[in-house]
Design a protein around this ligand. Structure first.
Ligand code: SF4
Ligand code: SF4
Length: 145
């Protein structure tokens, strides 16, 4: 029997399956900049203040949209949000017909495999609360390896 993520469409996943797909990388919780001309999205080291930088989990998950109006709440009926997700994001990969990466916790059976693979943002991200001027965001643009 195939695992649920290769058998079902994103729109058909149960809420539990949907949540299990998240690898806990925290990359989507980093501030991003978009090039006006090319629409290219650039990630920065600067994280939303609600991101727990040790676990890469949201500390306001149930109220995230009220707390952070521009929080990217990904749902199967809003595929346009996927363009803001990193290329490693499980939802983005599956929506594009790609397999999960080998380090994904659903394949390894270990919750810390995302961090061990160097995909999680813990270790290099810092909170927006430490940023004195929002205009400084561009100084913290990063490129994924
Ligand atoms: S980028 Fe995707 S897989 Fe990573 S934390 Fe965000 S939603 Fe989860
Ligand atoms: S509020 Fe949204 S952007 Fe902020 S940590 Fe939570 S999920 Fe991430």
């Amino acid at each position: 029997m195939k695992p649920f993520w290769s058998e079902k469409r994103l729109a058909d996943l149960t809420p539990e399956e949907w949540e299990a797909l998240c690898d806990g990388c925290g990359r989507c919780c980093l501030h991003k900049l978009q090039d006006d001309e090319t629409d290219e999205v650039f990630y920065t080291q600067v994280a939303c203040r609600f991101l727990d930088l040790a676990t890469c989990r949201c500390r306001a998950y149930e109220q995230r949209q009220q707390q952070v109006p521009d929080c990217l709440v990904l749902t199967a009926d809003q595929p346009e949000v996927l363009q803001w997700m990193p290329s490693t994001c499980a939802y983005r990969l599956l929506a594009a017909g790609e397999p999960l990466p080998a380090w994904h916790p659903l394949l390894t059976g270990r919750a810390d495999s995302t961090r061990k693979a160097g995909i999680a943002v813990s270790g290099f991200a810092f909170s927006e609360e430490a940023l004195s001027d929002p205009d400084d965001l561009q100084d913290y643009v990063i490129r994924w390896p």
